[in-house]
Design a protein around this ligand. Structure first.
Ligand SMILES: Cc1cc2nc3c(=O)[nH]c(=O)nc-3n(C[C@H](O)[C@H](O)[C@H](O)COP(=O)(O)OP(=O)(O)OC[C@H]3O[C@@H](n4cnc5c(N)ncnc54)[C@H](O)[C@@H]3O)c2cc1C
Length: 508
């Protein structure tokens, strides 16, 4: 089942199931086992041939080490997207800093490239190396969450997933600004941006990183990395930290007291209302209370039904305040469906998290300037999603807030600030033959290039990574590219951490 269809059912029908986290090392992630849309892949023979001295080199690792001839290997390489298949030469579930240092030492000796993996939610499977033959360092066992109540900060191991973090913080009265999906890993997410339920109020997850710890390419453990120590790296890892600087072991975040009552707002528009809704959104967005945060789904016609535009918002406060905050939007856009519901914070977190099974899919992303779309752009988009053989749909994260735009573009590697939306176009490929999948991806990419050239700003969002994006360095990092390359050269001169879209050591 596709994301969009899942979301549609969930939105009206399904409760969310939170995965329980096992305390012992378990390479079988129950979340990734639900993968009916994924084919069982055959391992290429060169992956099954053992690398001389690799096993000998890794004998002193305390964590679990999984090689291609291990029965667990099949499970240990399962990640969110199964469109591509990359085969690491080894997956190491590290338990200590020393495990990481020993692994990196072996990789340097044997000339194997290294990738960190946190939650395995990269859209391009970069958590598995982004190519076959890498050493994957899985950080799931680095799962501390330590709250400092005085400074209102939390030290969070990069092996944690968002749901675990949110629940632990909630129990202690706090929240962390980060993404909607509870199974996403904090390691790959917060280091590339991280937009979610309180993004318009408190900024991106990366904006709230105050310090980090990392093992670099020569095995050095750097702690702390902050505005005073290794400030070049501190700049880079807030926006490009998931692009090959090293293995980040923990992140310290600014956290915020929870709002005791929040109100979820669900608004729907059908076909002929959609253009007006987009126009009104662009008009009112900059004046919308920052307590109101939202993502918006544009759903194609399903079984001859109309197109649907769903606004899925959360207001930090009571229903009465929420109604007031959404008044202008509702009065001007005249939706077909409106629902307000007060609830405690944790319930809202679960309610706003769309379910998403492991499956094959393709995503491209765009940043939309404050003035929004032309009528022509909306029609072009709607026409495209309605005519895809595979199911395509569009997600818009509502940015447009002072909290995001008052932070200087030069304060970190994250550049997407003065925009209306980050938009992602998703094409779900499950249920189709490989041939049809390839055709759908080709069509998606053709559309994407034309749409981006005509109707959006130049930039794209690096957490919605897309290996087919032309000029991706500039589109993700803007004018920071030379600075990011300098920092890469300093900390990883031999490019140990490398894949198609890792920061290079030289300008391409
Ligand atoms: C279902 C779904 C929902 C999503 N929802 C949101 C959302 O609401 N908001 C949003 O902003 N984004 C969202 N995303 C995008 C998400 O933020 C990115 O895909 C993110 O990179 C995933 O991080 P991960 O750790 O789970 O993935 P991984 O595949 O483990 O890692 C992604 C990248 O980060 C690197 N990395 C991981 N851990 C480390 C580490 N410890 N040190 C250094 N590098 C590391 C990896 O090498 C890889 O290149 C979503 C993605 C999916 C699939």
């Amino acid at each position: 089942m596709s994301l969009l269809y899942n979301f549609f059912l969930f939105y009206f029908l399904f409760p969310l199931i939170i995965q329980a986290k096992s305390s012992k090392i378990n390479p079988i992630n129950p979340f990734f086992e639900n993968d009916i849309g994924c084919e069982k892949v055959k391992y290429p023979s060169e992956i099954l041939a053992p690398i001389p001295y690799l096993k000998e080199c890794l004998t002193t690792i305390d964590g679990l080490v999984v090689y291609p001839d291990d029965p667990y290997y099949y499970h240990s390489i399962k990640v969110m997207n199964c469109r591509n298949s990359y085969f690491p030469v080894v997956v190491i579930y590290v338990t200590t800093i020393s495990d990481i240092q020993k692994s990196i030492d072996c990789a340097n000796t044997l000339n194997i490239s290294v990738t960190a993996r946190s939650g395995g939610h990269s859209y391009e499977e970069y958590g598995n190396g982004g190519k076959s033959g890498a050493m994957v360092i899985d950080v799931q066992e680095l799962n501390q969450i330590d709250i400092n109540f005085e400074t209102k900060t939390a030290v969070i191991g990069t092996g944690n997933r968002l749901g675990t973090i949110y629940y632990k913080l909630y129990k202690d009265g706090f929240l962390l600004p980060a993404g909607y999906c509870l199974n996403v890993g904090i390691g790959g997410h917060a280091t590339g941006g991280g937009y979610g339920m309180v993004g318009r109020k408190y900024g991106m997850a990366s904006d709230n990183i105050v310090s980090a710890e990392m093992v670099t390419a020569n095995g050095t453990f750097l702690s702390p990395i902050n505005s005073k120590h290794h400030s070049d790296l501190f700049f880079a890892i807030r926006g490009a930290g998931n692009a090959g600087y090293g293995i980040i072991t923990s992140l310290t975040f600014k956290i915020y007291p929870i709002w005791p009552i929040v109100t979820t707002i669900n608004i729907a528009y059908f076909s002929d209302q959609i253009e007006l809704a987009f126009n009104i959104l662009a008009k009112v967005a900059k004046n919308l209370s920052e307590n109101l945060n939202a993502y918006i789904f544009l759903i194609p016609k399903i079984n001859n039904n109309s197109n649907t535009l769903l606004i899925n918002a959360t207001y930090l406060g009571s229903e009465e305040e929420a109604r007031n905050a959404a008044k202008e939007l509702i009065e001007l856009s005249n939706p077909a469906y409106i629902k307000f519901k007060e609830m405690p914070w944790w319930k809202a977190v679960k309610a706003q998290s769309p379910p998403f099974n492991r499956q094959p899919f393709k995503v491209t992303s765009y940043t939309i300037p404050p003035q929004g779309f032309s009528r022509e752009a909306i029609r072009f988009l709607v026409n495209f999603i309605n005519n895809m053989e595979c199911m395509s749909g569009v997600l818009f994260d509502l940015y447009a807030s002072d909290a995001l735009s008052r932070i200087s573009v030069n304060s970190s590697a994250f550049i997407h600030r003065n925009i209306l939306f980050v938009m992602e176009l998703e094409t779900m490929l499950d249920g189709h033959s490989k041939n049809v999948q390839n055709k759908c991806v080709k069509k998606h990419l053709q559309f994407s290039q034309e749409f981006q050239a005509k109707y959006t700003s130049y930039f794209s969002y690096q957490d919605y990574i897309d290996k087919d994006l032309p000029d991706w360095l500039t589109r993700y990092y803007g004018s920071h590219v030379p600075r990011l390359i300098e920092t890469k050269k300093k900390y990883d001169p031999d490019n140990l951490f490398n894949w198609k879209q890792s920061i290079p050591t030289e300008l391409p």
